[in-house]
Design a protein around this ligand. Sequence first.
Ligand SMILES: [Zn+2]
Length: 471
Amino acid sequence: MRITFHGAARTVTGSLHELQVDGQRILLDCGLYQGRRAEAERINRNFAFPPDEVDAVLLSHAHIDHSGNLPQLVKQGFRGPIYSSSATADLCDWMLRDSAYLQEKDAEFINKRKRRRRALVDGDENNAVEPLYSMADAEATIPLFRPVEMHRPTELSPRLRFETYEAGHILGSNAIHLVFSENGKRTSLVFSGDIGRPDLPIIRDPEALPPADYLIVESTYGGRLHKSMDLVKGKLADIINRTAQQGGKVIVPSFAVGRTQQLVLLLHELTNEKRIPDLHVFVDSPLAVNATEVFRQHTDLYDAATRSFLMEGEDPFGFQRLRYVREASESKAINDLRYPHIVISASGMCEAGRILHHLRNGVGDPRNTVLIVGFMAEHTLGRKLLNGEREVNIFGEPVVVRATVEKLNEMSGHADQNELLAWMKPILPGLKKVFLVHGEPVQMEALKARIEGEHGLDVVIPQRGDTHILA
Ligand SMILES: [Zn+2]
């Protein structure tokens, strides 16, 4: 078995690993690389292997940095099955089309600008920027999904099978345990995907996996310790109360899938408990609205607390003051509201989407709060706000930041250092090597030191393109 790391190598984005085993070429994830424009373009358009020779994709979860380059793979000739949970397949149905829409819009925007600067003239379409992939590519990807049930082995060949486990990161997220048997010898590999934290709202906790020979594990917060989830609600209530007293609004950039639904549930509970004033809450993202419908369909994946909330006749994703916004006109109208409210909008790292309008309208007002609830990759607008930059560019124009920027790391869908080590524990017996992916170098080094120190294991931090033989 050979593994090559093509993405999420010393970075958190573009998860993509290639397994060559038993005459097959299998991908673990096929995520979109997000970062500086030119670099992202180059990486996302060029696979280091022939896409038409890929036999199958095993997809850990629906987040775009894990699934978002699948349409590109299909555009370049992939026709094999994409194995995932059924919730992941349902979420990807929306997310990949949303991503294609954004790609098309983006290309249109650049071409328009080129035309304005006369860098592109009519009849000279060779010079036009093409979207990374189109809606047609996304739509050709959806039928390739093959939903698999957790804990039920799926055969990729008579000698190769895999089984999936709850990863507790977003709805439908899985960790994958793969076994190759050859001449009476077994080689096994675990791919973590993204690992969540215990007690996250809605979804169940990450589950224990059987031991394996090799482990590929994410390390987003490999060097960090989160505060307990118990504190989150109190902190969230404080931020909302303070902002409301100032007469401001709370602007929350949030991933449309996962974080938004968790936040809605917490706000619902806080409202029921009368710990926050009765404010209007807007979920302003068509994708979040659609993803919420998928959440409603997969009640079997809820944790005990959310199930009992449901049993009490409560709608986890709806309450009186909450509005889901689909129409652009309604979205614009939110900007004119003169009373305190909460707006949750995407994209999560503030790189695109309606959140940009809310930020442009809101960051200049000291009464407002920008609440960061998720991981912000380097060079993104979200990261700049988090870093406290006093002036940021939005839609190409400088805007002075006067709003308070707060963060709720505890809401993170990623396990911290202790939680990652606890998750690894059942896999450890017999483990030969650990590969750290999906993290920035400082986080990876910290996790590596701890795993080496406590378990004496060989820990590798692969570079993009590195290949290792697993035997
Ligand atoms: Zn994720």
